[in-house]
Design a protein around this ligand. Structure first.
Ligand code: HEC
Length: 463
């Protein structure tokens, strides 16, 4: 014992680390902060969990387009604890996204971004964007149909931003189409670049938290005034402050432990996301269905009217980014959400939007319907061979997954029951070969004869 203490004393004398830690743990914080304040530390714990499970997974994962899928099969089916680790990494990511969302909502609702904590907010905003980037890049590493399609759709959307769009899409895909280079790029960002920047910003964020102290619970009629706030805060700590550990931090420990236990439980009971078929660009039979935290956004884009889609793609992220970054300009005034009803409504509105569109995404009649059965002969009507051939191709080439005719088929694209009445033959042919914003181009997968047959068939679909 005596020897251990001497070693520790020596370490502390030379490094100052123990004194510093003791000081950080004992520093006074505002009283009665309560359970609302646990989400930040839980996000940090989830991130550490991601680093640990991610390193373990990376020891067996092969980031090459030829082997990624197989190496994941190996991890899931044979490697020691592989399935468990994949599950942990997946549910850990879910936890991190959810918790950072709650943490941002909480600090916004309590106006913790006001003076003097503007930089706490800004570094937090960067951490939010980095977390989403981490989630987006991680999904592709699964390298199955679903993952690949989601990124194709994501890149196509980025490509529709004005001016920077095409370059942005090319940057995301590391080329004009998805392939091995895309995977390398996503891997590098997912395991090196983004985590490194996250570490840096977490460090800054925590330094700032220590510098300004944890924000106190907003009181009614409390107005933040930069001239007096610091003195008021110091007086509050003087009067009623409690030591960070254990008075405030025990809740962080309990909540963090419960979160980790939940992730472990889900990893064991539910397991990692199912690996879909290996990617094959010539198969259209894939759900462009991202992981749940992006599902709502895909559903939103799929459900908004065609002519508003570009506006949503361009304005949505711009407004969101601008609000995040400009918010600290409004750093004075009321903190209590009762005196900021609009802030409360905004948070309710955003969460409702996410939940509603997430549910729409889960129901997903906006995604292709791969169970569509071929049109019965009676529906086709016409018996000339070219029309019958067109009807067959309409099913076989996957058109019917997205287009319904007389109730047969999916709802991803417009119904084509009466298309012959509203579109000329050459317009239909052009659409098939060139595709559209949400329709693949078939120029390379269909022969001219097949296009003719499809056009002939669709031409007979009249009111
Ligand atoms: C992944 C889903 C998807 C598939 C598969 C698909 N389409 Fe489409 N299609 C759409 C969407 C969405 C639109 C409308 C908006 C657009 O162009 O993106 C559309 C538009 C059309 C239109 C124009 C309809 C109008 O009212 O403007 C025609 C005709 C058409 N598709 C025919 C076909 C044919 C023929 C095939 C098969 C060779 C096919 N589509 C495969 C999604 C799809």
């Amino acid at each position: 014992m005596e020897r251990l203490r001497r070693i520790l004393d020596w370490l502390d004398d030379r490094s100052g680390l123990l004194t510093w830690t003791r000081h950080a743990l004992a520093h006074p914080v505002p009283p009665r902060t309560g359970w609302w304040y646990v989400f930040g530390s839980a996000t940090l714990i989830a991130f550490i969990l991601q680093v640990a499970t991610g390193i373990a997974l990376s020891t067996a994962y092969v980031p090459s387009s030829g082997q990624a899928y197989e190496s994941l099969r190996f991890i899931s089916e044979q490697a020691l604890l592989g399935r468990f680790l994949r599950g942990m990494h997946y549910f850990g990511a879910s936890a991190m996204v959810l918790l950072i969302g709650l943490h941002v909502s909480r600090t916004y609702l309590m106006a913790a971004y006001k003076f003097p904590r503007e930089l706490n907010w800004l570094t937090g905003a960067v951490l939010l964007l980095l977390t989403l980037a981490l989630a987006f890049t991680g999904q592709l590493l699964r390298w199955d149909q679903t993952a690949v399609w989601s990124v194709i759709v994501g890149a196509a959307q980025a490509g529709r931003m004005p001016i920077v769009g095409p370059d942005l899409a090319r940057f995301i895909l590391a080329g004009d189409t998805i392939g091995g280079a895309t995977l390398s790029r996503f891997f590098a960002f997912h395991v090196f670049f983004i985590p490194a920047v996250i570490f840096l910003f977490i460090g800054l964020h925590l330094l700032l938290v220590l510098r300004h102290g944890i924000s106190e619970r907003p009181r009614k009629h409390q107005h933040v005034d930069p001239a007096t706030y610091r003195a008021e805060y110091a007086a509050l700590l003087e009067r009623e402050g409690v030591p960070f550990w254990p008075d405030a931090a025990w809740r962080d420990v309990v909540f963090g432990a419960a979160m980790v236990a939940t992730v472990v439980l889900l990893a064991v009971l539910v397991g990692p996301p199912h690996l879909g078929k290996p990617p094959d660009p010539s198969i259209l039979e894939a759900y462009p269905r991202p992981d749940w935290y992006f599902l709502w956004y895909f559903a939103l884009l799929a459900l908004v009217p065609q002519n508003l889609e570009t506006a949503v793609i361009v304005l949505g992220p711009l407004v969101f980014g601008a609000v995040l970054l400009l918010l600290p300009l409004f750093n004075k005034g009321a903190r209590s959400v009762r005196e900021r009803p609009l802030a409360g409504l905004l948070v309710v509105f955003i969460w409702t939007t996410i939940v509603v569109f997430w549910m729409a995404g889960v129901r997903a009649d906006w995604s292709p319907d791969f169970t569509a059965r071929p049109l019965p002969a009676a529906e086709v009507g016409d018996t000339s061979s070219i029309v019958v051939e067109g009807a067959r191709l309409f099913h076989e080439k996957g058109c019917e997954f997205c287009h319904a005719i007389d109730g047969f088929g999916g709802k991803r694209g417009p119904e084509l029951t009466e298309v012959g009445g509203r579109m000329a033959a050459d317009a239909i042919a052009t659409r098939i070969t060139n595709g559209g914003p949400n329709m693949p181009a078939y120029a390379r997968t269909l022969t001219p004869e097949q296009v003719d047959a499809l056009v002939a068939f669709l031409g007979t679909r009249k009111p």
